[in-house]
Design a protein around this ligand. Sequence first.
Ligand code: DAT
Length: 171
Amino acid sequence: MRRPNLLLTGTPGVGKTTLGKELASRTGMIYINVGDVAKEGELYEGFDEEYDCPILDEDRVIDELEDKMSEGGVIVDYHGCDFFPERWFHIVFVLRTENSFLYDRLESRGYKGKKLQDNLQCEIFQTLYEEAMLSYREEIVHQLPSNTPEDLERNLDQIMQWIEQWMKDNN
Ligand code: DAT
């Protein structure tokens, strides 16, 4: 049975991990958090002093994930999307969160100062949406509101319906 690969992207704090893990538990698909994969394998190529975070070694991340992606049925979660092979994904969801909600979430995560402001700006300027639109066919890129628990439920329902339809069409 063929299953699709999904990409969940968006600014840190928009709810990718929450949605991705719940989706995996409801569908039996595999959830992959690219940040965790990089950490476990130390797939870094330096440290960004300005943003206070390690720099991802994108080529090694791709090599690490290639086999799983070719099997299908994978949900990938990352706050970037322009370096993955386009062929990996059958659909791309960009989660979007209003500023006031995102502020609270990032603050309670301990973000402050420049890091907090940069992430809020990233969301306001819809940086990840534009990155996704430039990196994938526009028809497969969808924005999802991710402000409330009701949004989460609606997103889960819609994505599960899409997966079911994809499996009917492709098996
Ligand atoms: P990300 O993986 O995009 O960084 P997350 O899944 O860790 O985001 O979520 C950040 C916080 O926001 C976390 O405390 C859970 C909460 N959250 C996620 N989605 C939500 C939603 N739809 N409604 C309310 N809170 C949500």
